[in-house]
Design a protein around this ligand. Structure first.
Ligand code: 4AD
Ligand code: MG
Length: 461
C-alpha cells in the first residue's frame, strides 16, 4: 500500500509539505482555462480537500475524463491556499486515475431524498450525510465500550443463535438447515431432531438471559451486538435487525438501573458533542434545526422519574385526544410516550413500575403483587429508547411466573439454576443503538442510521 496521508491529517497540518500522497474519491471537478479544481474526499472526515492541477502538467488530458465518483491517487504539495474558505490545498505534481466513474454515477451534485438514497444503500456512504452518519455510528460504538470500561464492566459475547425466546413474545426468526421443500414430520409436527442442532433454533431477540449468567460471576457485564425480531411493524422506529447494548449489574436494584441508563445516555450525547462535532454540525444544519437545543437539554437536566400509575393519570388528565385511550393495565403507546416527553415534561422521562401483565416474565414482582420493577426511558421524537428492569432473583417466584405464563420450565433450567445457586439482586436494561443514533442526529427514520436496514419485504444489498 502506498504510504499516503488522510485528508483529515492534511487539513490539520501546521506547515506546508512536499511531496505528499493522498487517495480518495472525486466529489466535484471544475475547469478553468489554466487549471482544474478537484474536491477530493477520502472518508477520514467530512471535509474535502481542494486539488489544483495545472493545465500544462503532463497527462492533463486525462483530467478531462475524471468525473464525480472516480477514485484518484495524487502526489503533490500541501500549500497555503490563496482561495477563501480553506487553509490548505494540494498543488498536484502527478495524478493517477485508480478507478473511473462514468457520467451515470447516481450521486451528482444535486441533493437527493433519503428515500432515493435507500435504494442505493451501497453508494449512499459517499454522500456527506451518510458518511457523517457512519463516522458518528463508529464513534459512538467506541464510546459505549469506553463508558463501560471506565466503570469496570466486562464485555460478554452472547450467542446469536439461541434455543430460547428471551422476551417471550415469539417474534423470532428460525434457524434451520432442514430442506424446506421436504420437511421431516413426526407425530404431525416438524421433526426438529433431524435439524442441525437436533432442536428448534432461533436468532436471538436479546442477549439478556445469557449475559445474566455472567453477571452472576463477573458482577458488572454488558453485551453489544445484533438482535433480530420478526415483528411485522413497519414504523420509522422498528427494524428486523438492530443493535442492542445490554448492561447487567449484580447487587443492584431498579434505582441503580435507572441511574446507569441516564448516565449512559448523557455520556454518549456529550461524547458526540465533543468528539463528533464536525459531523454532528451537518445534522444540526440540514436535518434538525433544534438538534443542539435538544441535546443540550438532555445533558443539563435530571431525567424525570415517574411511576407508570402516575403516567396514566397525567395522560388521562391531559385533555389530549389520543387514538388509544390511556388506561391502567395497557401498554403505553408511542403517542402516549411522546406526549409525556415532548409536550408535558419536555425532557427525557423514566417511567417505572409497570403492570406485571404487560411486561416480560423475568421482571421482579413488586410488593403490591400487581406491578413489576420495570423501567423505560422515553426521549423526545422517539419515545422508548431504553427498556429494562430489576430481575426476579427469587427462585420460587421466577419458577411460578414461568409456569403461570404457560412456558415450559425445562427450557429455562439453566436460567433457573442462577437463582438456585447464590442468587443476588440484579438489574439491567437494553438500549437500542439505532434509536440512540436517531436521538443524537435528529434523523427521523431508523432506516437511515444503519448501513443496510432490514425491514419487512426489504432485503436488498
Ligand atoms: O424493550 P426491549 O424489548 O428489551 C429487551 O429486549 C430486554 N431484554 C433488554 C434488557 O433488559 N436487557 O428492547 C430494548 C430496546 C428498546 O428500548 C428499543 O430501543 C430497542 O431495544 N428496540 C428496537 N430497536 C429497533 N427495532 C426494533 N424492532 C426494536 N425493538 C426494540
Ligand atoms: Mg421495551
Amino acid at each position: 500500500m502506498t504510504n499516503s496521508a488522510s485528508v483529515k491529517q492534511l487539513l490539520a497540518a501546521t506547515t506546508p509539505m512536499d511531496p505528499v500522497t493522498l487517495q480518495g474519491w472525486v466529489r466535484t471537478r471544475r475547469e478553468s482555462k489554466e487549471f482544474s479544481f478537484i474536491e477530493l474526499n477520502d472518508g477520514s472526515c467530512l471535509a474535502n480537500i481542494q486539488i489544483i492541477i495545472d493545465a500544462n502538467r503532463p497527462g492533463y488530458d486525462l483530467v478531462k475524463n475524471i468525473h464525480t465518483g472516480a477514485s484518484l491517487r495524487i502526489i503533490g504539495a500541501l500549500a497555503e491556499s490563496p482561495g477563501k474558505g480553506q487553509q490548505w490545498e494540494i498543488q498536484a505534481h502527478r495524478l493517477e486515475l485508480l478507478g473511473a466513474a462514468p457520467e451515470d454515477f447516481p450521486l451528482q451534485k444535486k441533493r437527493h431524498t433519503d428515500e432515493f438514497l435507500r435504494t442505493i444503500a451501497h453508494l449512499r456512504p459517499r454522500t456527506n450525510k451518510y458518511g457523517a452518519m457512519a463516522r458518528i455510528r463508529s464513534g459512538l460504538s467506541w464510546a459505549i465500550h469506553r463508558f463501560f470500561n471506565e466503570r469496570g464492566f466486562h464485555w460478554i459475547h452472547t450467542p446469536i443463535i439461541t434455543g430460547s425466546d428471551c422476551e417471550g413474545a415469539g417474534e423470532m426468526f428460525k434457524v434451520t438447515t432442514l430442506d424446506l421443500a421436504n420437511i421431516p414430520v413426526k407425530n404431525g409436527k416438524v421433526d426438529y431432531e433431524q435439524d442441525f442442532f437436533g432442536k428448534e433454533a432461533n436468532l436471538t431477540v436479546s442477549g439478556q438471559l445469557s449475559v445474566e449468567t455472567y453477571c452472576m460471576s463477573l458482577g458488572k457485564v454488558y453485551t453489544f451486538g445484533p438482535t433480530f425480531r420478526s415483528e411485522n411493524s413497519n414504523t420509522s422506529r422498528h427494524m428486523a435487525e438492530f443493535w442492542m447494548i445490554e448492561p447487567e449489574m449484580a447487587f443492584a436494584d431498579l434505582d441503580d438501573d435507572m441511574q446507569l441508563g441516564e448516565d449512559m445516555v448523557k455520556y454518549l450525547v456529550r461524547y458526540a458533542l465533543e468528539e463528533c462535532s464536525e459531523d454532528l454540525d451537518l445534522f444540526a444544519r440540514f436535518v434538525d434545526k433544534n438538534l443542539m437545543a435538544t441535546l443540550e437539554n438532555i445533558i443539563s437536566h435530571e431525567f424525570i422519574r415517574l411511576p407508570y400509575t402516575e403516567a396514566i393519570r397525567v395522560l388521562q388528565q391531559s385533555g389530549q385526544s389520543f387514538e388509544y385511550k390511556p388506561q391502567w393495565g395497557h401498554d403505553l403507546q408511542s403517542e402516549h410516550e411522546r406526549f409525556l416527553t415532548e409536550q408535558h415534561f419536555k425532557q427525557p422521562v423514566i417511567v417505572y413500575d409497570y403492570p406485571r401483565d404487560i411486561k416480560a416474565f423475568y421482571m421482579r414482582m413488586n410488593d403490591d403483587q400487581k406491578t413489576v420493577a420495570a423501567m423505560d426511558i422515553l426521549v423526545p421524537a422517539i419515545g422508548e429508547i431504553i427498556g429494562g428492569s430489576q430481575r426476579e432473583e427469587r427462585h420460587d417466584m421466577l419458577k411460578q411466573r414461568i409456569n403461570d405464563l404457560g412456558f415450559d420450565e425445562t427450557d429455562y433450567w439453566w436460567y433457573l439454576d442462577t437463582r438456585k445457586y447464590g442468587s443476588v439482586p440484579h438489574a439491567g436494561f437494553g438500549l437500542g443503538f439505532e434509536r440512540l443514533l436517531m436521538l443524537i442526529t435528529g434523523v427521523s427514520n431508523i432506516r437511515d442510521v444503519i448501513p443496510f436496514p432490514r425491514t419487512p419485504k426489504h432485503l436488498e444489498f
